[in-house]
Design a binder for this molecule. Structure first.
Ligand SMILES: Cc1ncc(COP(=O)(O)O)c(C=O)c1O
Length: 387
């Protein structure tokens, strides 16, 4: 009922507020209760109420979140996990076998690279990095018959490279592989990869989906029911699921995604203009800039260009580190996508795990997650931090 009323036809904001949950029939509770229960009374052996038997397999608070995620990404089914990496690992084990191969971004999030390089590789899954902005390079990295997944982030973390989802889906499908899009940076409000031909969407819901830096979580959304069955089986078999309180917090954040994203984008655009005029900055990286190499593709596949901005410092690594340490309204910290602005040095922080590899990021790079605070305060803070 909820799915019918608030999926395909309703607007994004309506789905964000309502999809996945119908007011509780017993009490009328408007918000999904936190079902802090590990098990459920059965009406006779095997007589489950609504399919609930044990909370690793399913929990009503999690079910509501999963329904909302599926509706917002326009997928068939959504799955919630204890973290983004838990979602990624479950996906890989559900769809790959030892001996298979995956293509991954050559500037992937450091933790994703580490998962493929240090965990999945030992299990027998090979991987090749390729630039997501270069469709031919991705095609060349595919090993026909062996490549099961073409994995992209767009925009990437932290270099904000853009991949053409529609073209990449074509390349993956030609080779019999599935296209996975990590949609963490864009969020479903700015971009819906499944509608562009992708097969699976990955999220670190820790970021924009949760939106308040108060919960770690992950999600997968798929459009094919066979893929959904494989993921459901592995979600239950591996058991890396979020508890009911985490599910509740993530779902609460998700309801305001649209309004938050609009403000993140407004503020990021002004931060970009400020940085462009600053003598301490050599390069501003933002897909909304006409000179960004992925701008035309981003304009086609994204509603706006997001709240993440990266820049390089004229004074090299030392200046980048100093800016991170001097900022005050921009909090020095890892993560992104929360209401508060964050600043970080990818080379020493989020991407330290790719140091010395082909995925190493420039030492003079600073990454901003532009929050929803008063823009004048953000600009004054950056001015002070950059000296
Ligand atoms: C793009 C991207 N994907 C995946 C992850 C991993 O998510 P989590 O930290 O929730 O495990 C992150 C975390 O920063 C990320 O930025």
């Amino acid at each position: 009922m909820t799915e019918q009323r608030h999926s395909g036809k309703s607007g994004f904001e309506t789905r964000a507020v309502h999809a996945g949950y119908e007011p509780d029939p017993t009490t009328g509770a408007v918000i999904p209760p936190i079902y802090a229960t590990s098990t459920y009374k059965q009406d006779g052996v095997g007589g489950l109420r609504g399919g609930y038997e044990y909370s690793r397999s399913a929990n009503p608070t999690r079910t509501a979140l999963e329904g909302a995620l599926a509706a917002l990404e326009e997928g068939e089914r959504g799955f919630a996990f204890a973290s983004g990496l838990a979602a990624e690992d479950t996906l890989v084990r559900a769809l790959c076998r030892p001996g298979d191969h995956a293509v991954i971004p050559d500037d992937a999030y450091g933790g994703t690279y580490r998962l493929f390089d240090k965990v999945e590789k030992a299990w027998g899954l090979e991987h090749s990095p390729a630039p997501v902005s270069d469709v031919d390079a991705v095609r060349a990295a595919i090993r026909p018959g062996t490549t099961k997944l073409v994995w992209v982030e767009t925009p990437t973390n932290p270099l904000l490279t853009i991949g053409d989802i529609e073209a990449l889906a074509g390349v993956a499908h030609e080779a019999g592989a599935l296209l996975v899009v990590d949609n963490t940076f864009a969020s479903p409000y700015l971009q819906q990869p499944l509608t562009l031909g992708a097969d699976i969407v990955v999220h670190s819901t820790t970021k924009y989906v949760g939106g308040h830096s108060d919960v770690v979580g992950g999600a997968l959304v798929v459009r094919d029911l066979e893929v959904a069955e494989a993921i459901a089986f592995h979600q239950n078999s591996i058991g890396a699921v979020p508890g009911p309180f985490d599910s509740f917090l993530t779902h609460r954040g998700l309801k305001t995604l649209a309004v938050r994203m609009e403000r993140h984008c407004d503020n990021a655009e002004q931060v970009v203009q400020f940085l462009l005029g600053h003598p301490g900055v050599t390069d501003v990286i933002y897909p909304g800039l006409a000179e960004h190499p992925g701008h035309a593709v981003a304009e086609r596949q994204m509603r706006r260009f997001g709240g993440m901005v990266s820049f390089r410092c004229a004074g090299g690594e030392e200046a980048a580190l100093r800016a991170c340490e001097r900022a005050e309204v921009f909090t020095l910290g890892e993560s992104l996508g929360g209401v508060e602005s964050l600043i970080e040095h990818p080379g020493r922080m989020t991407h330290a795990s790719v140091a010395g590899t082909d995925l190493e990021v420039p030492a003079d790079l600073v990454r901003l997650s532009v929050g929803i605070e008063t823009i004048d305060d953000l600009l004054a803070d950056l001015d002070r931090a950059l000296g």
